[in-house]
Design a protein around this ligand. Sequence first.
Ligand code: PMV
Length: 333
Amino acid sequence: MQKVVVSGPGKLMLFGEHAVVYGRPCIVTTVNHRLFVSVEKISEAAMRGQAQNERFSLPLNSLVIENIPKKLKFLAVTVALFAKRYPFAGGVKIYTRSQFSPLYGFGSSSAVTCAAAKALFELFEVPYEENSLFEFCFEVVTRIEGLRSGFDIAAAIYGATLFYVANPRKIEILPVTDLPMIVGYTGIKADTPSLIAQVGRLKAQKSEFVEKVFSNIETITRSARLALEEMNWEKAGALMNQNHEELKTLEISSEKLDTLVMAAQSAGAWGAKLSGAGGGDCMVALVSREKRQSVIEAIEKNGGQVIDTVINVDGVMVESNDTSHFARTALAM
Ligand code: PMV
């Protein structure tokens, strides 16, 4: 085999962000916007190709985190770690193509890491299981970003909608097939590592208070699991509202997120909350069919961009060994 193409899904956090970093559960779902990675063997000991419209050519022995441009970090560390653990002759040519903007907070870093890692394991015929792929990708992400829960890695690998606990690791697929959800993008890119650090500082200063908030978020997340399984959207929506209020006390929401959440609530959503690290990225709302149009209009009127999403999709998968996804990109090189 000379070339493999793998795609990975984007994700959205539904409940439990931040608390999940400290051992509490979260609920994450995957979305139908995918990121594609094509990996091909080459004779030269280099990693070259194109990602996010940027061409690159880096000798394999130069892949040290500090030297790598930000846009390429996840790809390069994935390749470097793979080459260290499973040495191979020559190098790799890599192209990526995404159906979603890296600004949305849909997890482009985890999707690119998991898709590239799976492609490498396949291409070099190294046996692996979902669990070992998880450990590998989690190591890549924590080397780059430090403290993370790994919920996004789990989503990219296992797909579907997951109840996730980081430590001790628990990944359960929830029987959620449908979710009447609207996703609103704030237009602002969040910086997840600095928001995690911010919560870490708050926790160091007010440990009892933050533990109490995490404990409330855990109760909300566990109730939300039942509500989602019972398809009790009204209850799940009310829990989203509560989760948003708890996150506000951690000071990681933003004016824009609060405005969009309130707009959705006032327009009749069952509930709404920020999704992910906070600071920007997306908010989500649970909405009945009758209220859907008014909630969309309310989000747009307040400066949000509604992103059409279908949830609960497959995790990383081999697309084909030579697909038209990259034919155009390859021709353009
Ligand atoms: O910014 P996102 O969508 O990757 O979400 C971050 C969620 C956190 O709980 C804050 C961090 C984590 O690793 O779980």
